[in-house]
Design a protein around this ligand. Structure first.
Ligand code: AHR
Length: 513
């Protein structure tokens, strides 16, 4: 097999079966003296919808379950999420949010109504995970809360009452109803989502119709939490233009955009999660990378109305979306998670951090058992996915100060798909250390990366490496993990530069002290 790398000043590398692996050489500079922009921890947020086994069986099993649990929450999942330092979690949807009526999920669990989940498979929803279960869950894992309110089929009064029930310290009838249901102290609602995908499942609206509705709801729920207006999908720039009116002063704090990575770009045949050809490795990474341009375009529109960047762009649904796992209910959005997903996750982190001035919120879809999940469960069994480990490795970037990075790298090219082979992000952590994240997207070639750190003195370097034997290496129930972080010893100072030797298809996070 012959593959070519195209870049000015870079050797053309040929890789042939049976011949030793070629090397990519890349170089870069990290401006360690720049003032930098704070990386909002919330860009490492999560999304958990009432969908399939995302919550039922995945997070919540009930206090009487034989699966070890803490007041009904799976203990294994709780422990894994605590370790991840989840900054914020979004619930109850997604599409489901615009059909959800909060009164179905309060009070004694054995008295709650059984409803139909019209968004996801028409299955019965027993409403065992409701308001108390969500807010207590967020408290247990130490996450801020993002509540998506129903504006598609609900009313402003219903939404305002829900927020009063949850968060009022008063003795209003609603606040006292919360007390009667077992919670004296108000919970905190940190973010409120004004609907979801208003161009589709949120009501099939035009941007103008949605903006009017969102402004109306904002008027009645603007009582503390930051408000995020449901906005565009990928390149629907008109939505951002309309939602930013009147010029930079709409009654919400952020505008959302959703973007899913499909290997083929075709919703009818998205591509397989495992056993995929290299062409779909390349197309997946190229399609993920396309989000950077979309963020720049949406940000440019926001800049015109809000040059001081008071408002933020919330990428509150992102991740891979593949054909459903064979044998699963297609409405449950079950898919395997591989090394490719970890590289996609890291690519998104780098993109968000490069745009940390405007992207101050993001949420991957979804936390457990749905789409690009952190965690998979099967009855009592649990597996941590490669995506989980990518989030774990990038934890030090939460709240860190982004440092400008320039990189010269060849592209990894296959057919018409092309991405920079090496990508680098850097930040000064809250502990004062410099953290560097590196991705080698090439599935065949190692990479030698030389980084200048602008006069920073050579000091101790430690790091972690995430890679696997194959493009679709993964972590299956009850088997040894195919992808998990290991100590990285391939970085050293030489000639005043940090020399990093990375394996093919890998992610490295370094700590420089
Ligand atoms: O994450 C799954 C679904 O994808 C969400 O419910 C919806 O907002 C999006 O279309």
């Amino acid at each position: 097999m012959k593959r070519m790398l195209f870049a000015a000043g870079t050797a053309i590398a040929l890789l042939s079966a049976g011949v030793a692996e070629a090397e990519i050489t890349a170089s870069g500079t990290i401006d360690t003296h720049a003032a930098g922009v704070r990386i909002a921890p919330e860009i490492y947020g999560q999304f958990s919808e009432e969908l399939g086994h995302g919550i039922d069986g995945g997070i919540w099993v009930g206090p009487n379950s034989p699966i070890p649990n803490v007041e009904g929450y799976r203990k294994d999942v709780l422990d894994a999420l605590k370790e991840l330092h989840v900054p914020v979690i979004r619930w109850p949807g997604g599409c489901y949010a615009d059909t959800y009526h909060w009164r179905n999920g309060i009070g004694p669990r054995d008295k709650r109504p059984v409803t139909i989940n019209y968004s996801w498979g028409g299955v019965e929803q027993h409403n065992q995970f409701g308001t108390a279960e969500f807010f207590n869950f967020a408290e247990l894992i130490g996450a801020k809360t993002y509540l998506s309110i129903n504006i598609g089929s609900g009313t402003p009064a219903e939404a305002r009452d829900w927020i009063e029930y949850i968060s009022s310290p008063s003795h209003s009838t609603l606040a006292d109803e919360r007390r009667a249901n077992g919670r004296d102290k108000p919970w905190t609602v940190d973010y409120v989502g004004l609907g979801n995908e208003m161009w589709g499942c949120g009501g099939n609206q035009t941007a103008e119709e949605a903006a009017a509705l969102e402004r109306r709801f904002a008027t009645f729920v603007h009582i503390g939490p930051k408000l995020i207006a449901a906005g565009a999908s990928d390149r629907q720039y008109h939505w951002t233009e309309v939602l930013m009116q009147p010029d930079g002063h709409p009654p919400y704090d952020g505008v959302s955009v959703h973007y899913y990575t499909l290997p083929t770009g075709n919703w009818d045949h998205k591509g397989s999660a495992i056993g995929f050809p290299e062409s779909e490795w390349a197309s997946t990474l190229a399609r993920t990378r396309a989000l950077e341009d979309m963020i720049e375009q949406h940000s440019a529109i926001m800049d015109k109305a809000d040059p001081q960047k008071k408002m933020f762009l919330a990428v509150d649904e992102w991740g891979t979306w593949y054909d459903p796992a064979p044998g699963s209910n297609p409405a449950f959005l079950v898919q395997e998670n591989t090394l490719r997903d970890a590289i996609v996750a890291a690519t998104n982190f780098h993109i968000f951090q490069r745009h940390a001035d405007r992207v101050r919120f993001a949420a991957i879809a979804q936390t457990v058992n749905v789409l690009q999940a952190m965690i998979e469960t099967d009855g009592p069994k649990m597996a941590l996915t490669p995506t989980y480990y990518a989030f774990l490795m990038y934890r030090p970037f939460q709240g860190a100060t982004a440092l400008p990075v320039t990189v010269t790298t060849p592209d990894y090219t296959l057919g018409t798909d092309k991405v920079p082979a090496v990508d680098v992000t850097a930040a000064r952590g809250t502990d004062g250390a410099i953290y560097v994240g590196l991705i080698n997207s090439d599935p065949h070639q190692n990479a030698d990366v030389a980084l200048g750190l602008d006069g920073t003195k050579a000091g101790a370097v430690s790091g972690q490496l995430l890679t696997g034997a194959a493009m679709d290496s993964r972590n299956d129930f009850g088997k040894p993990e195919g992808v998990h972080p290991v100590p990285f010893t391939g970085a050293r100072w030489s000639g005043g530069k940090l020399q990093v030797h990375m394996p093919s298809k890998s992610v490295v996070v370094l700590k420089l002290q």
